[in-house]
Design a protein around this ligand. Structure first.
Ligand code: SAH
Ligand code: SF4
Length: 377
């Protein structure tokens, strides 16, 4: 099998070139060609010696996941469905093809790409459509970086709807908020983050790349040491009783531990803050008392809040909050001195909003079946 060069960060590519007997600067040149120039055909890498190009043609490929389809929303939001291959493991017969989704959100001053990290998710947050689908597998580095490659090089020549201009680097920000729990696919995500930050590749600054986690405490500590990018924590509830119910990983890492991990994270990312994401579920976590509890809970953590109105999906069992409830909730936090953003729903018409990314997941965890039984009981 040829080696997929999209699986490497620069250190990995350099080591692999070393095995071929090639110098580190050759690896750097090829890395540039792939990620900055968007060239995948070795024959077109004109400043590389012909003998090396031939060697690469025999031993390597640059392969991203195949795009199944791409949609553009009326507001300019884009969504890609990538085919990430058959479910060929024990649970699958290969007839089912897994799919993951990626979303690009153009704004006046930035272009944000929302990237997936897993096929499905095993963490079962009750309001999340990815969680409802079960879990199949982790994405490879090539599949994570490939989402960025396709967006960056695909959008380069297209005018931004907001500004009408074409951009050399349309993706200015990456958020790991697509399908999956990024910190449950730790090594591959950290390697992919390295490629995003590398000046020889996408050159995004640490603060323009955000990992969103439901609160895997030990992995938060490891991320702080390895690659302290901006951190968003999916809080969604201000006390353990409620969070245990809607974000089940809370039973393993309860709020006191999670808040302590947030404080430790910021030691590695001084002058930063944690973004607490809070999906507003009507009548469940959107009352004024919840807002006041939230203020007390997060007292010692430099933070901002991002309130996300629940995006409905079939049979979710939850409802969108009333706009009045959102306003009151937001004002209580603001009156306590917090910065609060309310996420606008974008890409509604193409199901590209938060929590609506469903892709296609051949569940291998048995959870979906178990849940169906539970719900039927
Ligand atoms: N697994 C990570 C990242 C992916 S989810 C995490 O949970 O943080 C990205 C964000 O979308 C999370 O804050 C998640 O809670 C939120 N989300 C999930 N389902 C949603 C829904 N139906 N409506 C609105 N936001 C949702
Ligand atoms: Fe997984 Fe995040 Fe969805 Fe929870 S909200 S099920 S952690 S993707």
């Amino acid at each position: 099998m040829p080696q997929n060069l999209l699986d490497f960060d620069l250190a990995g590519l350099t080591a692999w070139f070393g095995e071929l007997g090639e110098k580190p600067f050759r690896a750097r040149q090829v890395f540039h060609w792939i990620h900055q120039a968007g060239v995948t055909d070795f024959a077109q890498m004109t400043d590389i010696a012909k003998s090396l190009r031939e060697k690469l043609q025999n031993e390597a490929v640059v392969r991203m996941p195949a795009v199944n389809f791409a949609h553009v929303s009326a507001d300019g939001t884009r969504k890609w469905l990538f085919d990430v291959g058959p479910d060929s493991g024990a649970a699958g017969d290969g007839a089912w093809r897994n799919g993951i989704e990626t979303v690009f959100i153009p704004e006046d001053d930035r272009g944000t790409l929302c990237v997936s990290s897993q096929v499905g998710c095993a963490l079962e947050c009750t309001f999340c459509s990815t969680g409802r689908q079960g879990f199949n597998r982790n994405l490879t580095v090539a599949e994570i970086v490939g989402q960025l490659w396709v967006a960056q090089h695909g959008l380069k020549r297209e005018p931004n709807r907001a500004t009408g201009e074409t951009a050399e680097r349309p993706v200015s920000n990456v958020v790991m908020m697509g399908m999956g729990e990024p910190l449950a696919n730790f090594e591959n995500v950290v390697t992919a983050l390295g490629v995003m930050l590398d000046d020889h590749a996408y050159g995004l600054s640490r603060r323009r790349v955000t990992v969103s986690t439901s609160g895997l405490v030990p992995a938060m500590d490891r991320l702080a040491e390895r690659c302290p990018v901006a951190l968003a924590v999916s809080l969604h509830a201000p006390n353990d009783a409620l969070r245990d119910r809607i974000v089940p990983i809370n039973r393993k890492y309860p709020l006191a531990e999670l808040m302590a991990a947030c404080r430790r994270y910021l030691v590695h990312a001084p002058r930063d803050f944690i973004t607490f994401e809070y999906v507003m579920l009507a009548g469940v976590n959107d009352q004024p008392g919840h807002a006041r509890e939230l203020i007390a809970l997060t007292r010692d953590v430099p933070c901002k809040f991002n309130l996300i109105p629940f995006n409905p999906f079939p049979d979710s069992g939850y409802e969108k909050p009333r706009s009045e409830a959102m306003r009151v909730f937001r004002e209580i936090l603001q009156d306590a001195g917090h910065v609060v953003t309310t996420r606008k729903t974008r890409g509604d018409d193409i199901d590209a909003a938060c929590g609506q990314l469903a892709g296609r997941v051949a569940d291998r965890s048995g959870r979906v079946m178990k849940r169906a039984h539970r719900e039927a009981a």
